[in-house]
Each structure stands twice: as structure tokens, then as C-alpha cells.
Design a protein around this ligand. Sequence first.
Ligand code: AHR
Length: 518
Amino acid sequence: MKCQLLTAAVLTLVTLPNMGKTVDVEIVPEPQKESAIVSPEIYGQFAEHLGRCIYGGIWVGEDSEIPNINGYRSDVVEAFRALQIPVLRWPGGCFADEYHWRDGIGPKEDRPTMVNSNWGGTVEDNSFGTHEFFNFCELLGIEPYLSANVGSGTVEEMAKWVEYITAKDGPMAKEREKNGRKEPWHLKYLGVGNESWGCGGNFTPEEYANVYRRYQTYARDFDGNKLYKIASGASDYDYNWTDVLMKIAGHHMDGLSLHYYTVWDWDKKGPATGFTPDSYYYTLGKALEIDSVVNRHVQIMDKYDPKKRVDLLLDEWGTWWDVEPGTNPWHLYQQNTMRDAMVAALSLNVFHKYADRLKMANIAQVANVLQAMVLTEGDKMVLTPTYYVFKMYIPHQGGTFIPLDIKSPSMPVASERKDFERSVPMVSATATEKDGIVTISLANTSLEDKAKISIPLSALKVNKIEGGEILKGADVKDYNDFDNPNKVAPKEFKGAKIKKDVLELELPEASIVTLSLK
Ligand code: AHR
């Protein structure tokens, strides 16, 4: 949890010329011989014991009247299955460094309760623990990503947890079997602590780097399971953390994390809905600043690791607004509009650019918390506009990145940081190729103007439009709720054509389009 106070920005927007007009934008694909693969894990998710993310969002228990599969909400299982989630990070977040895994195994009635002191003092009954998490991942074919407790846990506790999950034989395996699971689970991603500069123990980077070296030593590979070890990384602009970690512990890690939230001001975040155009553009500027932030962290990593052995993992990102009125301020339940969808699209477009170093990203969080995929209330569930962006972007998972030269006008927007000049391009786009299909995703950020896009295809060996989808609200402030669950949903997009080897389309204002070409 960040305590950083950002100075409120004074917004001075320079609007695009010809408001309400159609603006020509040319996008030139520049495929390269050797281009990075967009790691599917960039489409990863994060589930913390926070508010109603786990309880009510994923887990209702076997005895619930809400339709469920072994305790997991059936509607959510179906929604997540359709999203092809590659990886899920659990159990936190800040919660991870107070979580003692032994409290969450064995007969439910014997599991001790605890106070979730990070998130409003809610009493946690530990009914969702290791078995429930790993079985959920197995049910959906998701790669689990475990965050181990460093702040208030011991090396032994972490080592035994790994053994309990992955060993075929021995005392931990026997205990697991007694608790109903004979075969070990598969565990690849192991995070050693979370936000160790803050809620994860308030370490200095030097202290944490040494603690990390010690903890990771005892995270063993059992019976063919191979761990991928992740050090807890920096918060957004803390480049020194990355530098020290790479210097002292770089040789002992497979990945180093980074957290970046799109937030206005930690003390005054603003409403998720009913925002002004200024707030909309400011938000997109802040979201896009992740480009420079990732770039600077990557440069530091390149200094110590030019061969790119260590991956950068953005294991928390997304929008952070005021909670919905009347809800627990610590449960971080927020609505999700087309503005959030736009943040998702612009951010994913940036992530693709760093595909050679950025190998995972986990949006916060998968259900009912922050920029969620699904919102639930009792037995009802809605899919958010952000969910639909992730769904439309599925074809990019595992695709080869195709750089684009986008000749788009931009508008400067205010920044609270002197070292960054923020601007929002009218059009943001990304392209990948997989199995002979080129997928192009485009976003028009303008609230007023349409973009007339032309994309010469000569460099791309494709000449046919296979399909297209558009996500757009009647208003950028539109969202889905339990009375109106389908207000914002993708529709078929037929506004593209190929003329003399040039793809042409008109991109409506505040819209996101994905096209597949063959
Ligand atoms: O995602 C909510 C919180 O944000 C996480 O628990 C923490 O890691 C971050 O500060």
C-alpha cells in the first residue's frame, strides 16, 4: 500500500485541432526479422484476500445457494475460462506478508481465524487456502503464482510451504495427502515477499536484497518441479530499488517485480464514474507514463544483465479510484467504465513494446477489487469493460510483436512530475502475428474526434480481414452494473476494408477495435 502523497495536478489541456472532425492517422507496420514473443503471462491476474475478491468473488463454499463447482462460483469460473487467464498471483499483495499457510489447510472447522489487518480488520476464516487455490488453478488450467510471507514469516515456513505443494514424498507430502491431495501440484512462480519496501516489512533495498538471497536459497526444487524465483520489486519511480536489487541479488533471481498504479493522488483518488473530460485525459496520461517508467527500470536491468536473463514482472497494475459510495473503504470495491477499458488497452499496448524483458503483468485485481474483471453481488455477476479488453486481446497472447510507426497527433496533459512530459496520443495501437494471423488492436482516445486510419499491409503478408470487434460506450462514463449488465460490451466491427493493399477503417471516438487479418 502506498503512502506517497502526490501533489494535485493543475490541469491545462490543449485540445486537438478540429474537434468533432475526422483526423487522418497513418500506421506503418515495421516487422523485424527477430522480434520478441508477447508472453501470455502479460495477461496475468491477481487475487488477494482483500474485500470480496476471494470470498464472494471466487469462493462461496460448497454449501452456498449460489451455483458453484466445489465451492467456486460457476458464473465466475465460466467467465475466467473464457478469458484464458495464463497466471494468477495469490494470496497478496500486502496480505501475503501476514499470511501463515498452515492456517489454511486441514478440516475447515479446525482452521484458525485471523484479523486481516491490512484490509480493514475483516476477520478471515481461512476457508480458502492452499488446496482451494491450487485446485482452482488446476480447474481452469491457470499457472499459479504464489507470494510467500517474508515480512512476518520465517524461511522455514516458506520452505515447508513449497515442499507441501510440490514434494512427492516426505513429511510434507504425507500431510498434504492426509488433507486430501496425494499428487503434488505444479508450482513455477514463487514470489519472495511483496512490496518489501512497505507493507512487506519496510526493508531498505540493501536489507531486502540480502534477505531475499537467504530465503531463495531454501526454496527447493522437489521431484522435477522447477521454481522460478521472483524478488519483490520497486514501486513505480523507485529506480534505486531496482538498481540495488540487481546489484546485490540479481544472480539469484529469475524475475524482479514492479508495481505501478494509475492513480490521481493517493489521498484524493476521485470517483470511478461520473468523471470530467479533464480527469479522463489526465488518467490516460498517467497510465501511459508507465512506458517511461518501465523503460527506466529496463535500462537499469540492462546495465547488470545485458543478456536479459532476469525478467521484469509488473505484478500489480491498474486503476485505483475511490471506493463505491457506501462500501467499506478498505475493500477497494470500484466501478469500471470505458475509461478503465481505455487504460487497459493503452497499458497492454505499451507492455507489448517491452516483450523482450517484460514477461508478466498481473492486473489488480481479478474480482471485486480495483480494476476488476468481474463484479459480483449475491448471485449476480457482471463483466466489466476491462474484462472485454482482455478478451479482445486474447489473440495477442504468445504472438510475435510487430513494431508500428504510428503517425498520430498527441495532446499534452498535466503531470505532477517534473521529470516527465505527459502527452496522450489520439491513436494507440499494437500488432502481433501468430500462426499466420495478424492481430491489430487500436484505441482512439479522443472524446470528440474520429480517426481515419490507414495501414499499408505490404510488409505483412496478409490481405484478408478475418473478423473484427469494437468496444465503445454511448458515453465514456458508461459501465455495467447489476441492473444494466450489458451496457458496454463488444460488438462486431465491420468498418474496415482493404483497398490496394492498404487497410482502412474509421475508429469512432473513445473506442477500442481489434481486427484479425490473414
Ligand atoms: O492491490 C492492492 C494492494 O496494492 C496490494 O495489496 C499491495 O501490494 C499494493 O499496495
